[in-house]
Design a protein around this ligand. Structure first.
Ligand code: HEC
Ligand code: HEC
Length: 310
């Protein structure tokens, strides 16, 4: 930096480098000053208009701004526009769903497809926690995607399962609760044999007799297949209601069957479930679903087409 100033009249600041590089004292360009002031005005406007300043009184409060604008309100308004648009677009279909019975919906290909398409999120939100994604089932919660039904698989019966809810009841140790440990072992062998199509083998005659004595046949039918759907499991297929639905390990199947025969399903004593009993309760969805009337129909059609509707 030089100490003498060879350009005294040009209005430089006296800071000179490399002999002739000077710092001048010019005002900034007009466009720059205008943006600078505009920036100030913006800040004032912004501060007044939007919620900006957190207050220091520890209440988590903040200045609300002149119009009370909030991000979430704006989001909700936008969402409502979208929703109204969607409702208007599908109003016809929704009205048809509300007016028609599940049987009629099922016969109308287009409406059926619409019901199925609009059920997936609902099923995920309200059913999948118990029945698994796509109705694939979970231990203790029945598979909905096969043709093995406790309460019947036509669409009306499925609808009834949703409206009323379902509670399966099976007494412990046979209808009278009087089977001995030996008899329980025998009937367990018989039930496992039934699932393998060997129920009539002479080797299982003792178990078959216990099956009659315990009055298993009253609910499970004379040959392990319920005569009408009323909640009891089909014992002649290899789909298991409790534990892994498609269990193949013979030991585990035996254990599972013996356990159910010993402790029953939903067996209560003095208002409480007895230890070891299987709890199997399908809640009613009449009160649980939003727009239950239409949504139950929609879901019934959806469940029906999952693979095992009758
Ligand atoms: C809290 C767990 C739970 C939820 C949530 C649930 N279910 Fe169930 N559901 C069950 C149980 C347990 C059963 C078996 C009842 C029985 O053993 O008799 C069942 C049975 C059923 C059946 C009868 C199956 C048959 O074989 O006859 C249908 C249909 C069904 N559920 C559909 C649904 C749909 C659709 C939803 C969602 C709206 C749903 N469930 C939500 C637990 C649940
Ligand atoms: C009062 C009716 C009733 C009687 C009597 C009854 N059961 Fe059951 N049984 C049911 C019901 C209901 C279920 C459970 C269905 C469900 O909730 O999934 C069931 C379930 C079962 C299961 C489980 C099947 C599976 O898929 O996991 C077996 C095994 C079984 N019963 C065997 C028997 C045997 C053996 C007897 C006689 C000692 C018997 N039951 C007596 C109603 C009955």
């Amino acid at each position: 930096m030089a100490s003498h100033n060879p350009w005294p009249d040009e209005g430089n600041t006296g800071h000179i480098w490399d002999e002739d590089l000077r710092e001048l004292d010019n005002p900034p360009p007009l466009w720059w000053m205008l943006s600078f002031y505009a920036g100030f005005i913006m800040i004032i406007f912004y501060t007044l208009y939007y919620p900006v300043i957190p207050l220091t009184d520890k209440t988590g409060e903040f200045t609300k701004g002149l119009t009370g604008w909030t991000q979430i309100e704006e989001y909700k308004e936008d969402y409502k526009v979208l929703k109204d648009w969607r409702v208007a677009k599908f109003a016809d279909k929704e009205e048809q769903l509300a007016a028609m019975s599940v049987d009629q919906i099922l016969k109308d290909e287009e409406l059926k497809n619409y019901a199925v398409a609009t059920s997936k999120v609902l099923f995920g939100d309200y059913c999948a926690a118990c029945h698994g994604a796509g109705g694939a089932g979970n231990p203790n919660f029945p598979v909905l995607a096969d043709d093995d039904w406790l309460w019947g698989g036509n669409v009306k019966q499925i609808e009834a399962s949703l409206i009323q809810g379902r509670v399966g009841n099976m007494p412990a140790k046979g209808m009278m609760g009087n089977l001995t440990d030996e008899e329980i072992d025998q009937v367990t062998d018989y039930v496992v044999a039934l699932s393998e199509g060997k129920g009539n083998d002479a080797a299982f005659a003792a178990g078959k007799a216990v099956y009659a004595k315990g009055m298993c046949l009253a609910c499970h039918g004379p040959a392990g297949k319920p005569l009408a759907p009323a909640g009891a499991a089909n014992l002649t297929d290899q789909i298991w209601r409790f534990g892994n639905p498609y269990e193949t390990d013979q030991e585990k199947i035996r254990e599972m069957v013996k356990n159910v025969v010993t402790y029953g399903v939903n067996v209560k004593k003095d208002g409480k479930y007895i230890e070891g009993t299987r709890q199997a309760i399908m809640p009613s969805f009449k009160e649980r679903l939003p727009d239950a009337d239409v949504n139950i129909k929609r879901l019934s059609v959806y469940v029906h087409q999952l693979g095992g509707g009758q």
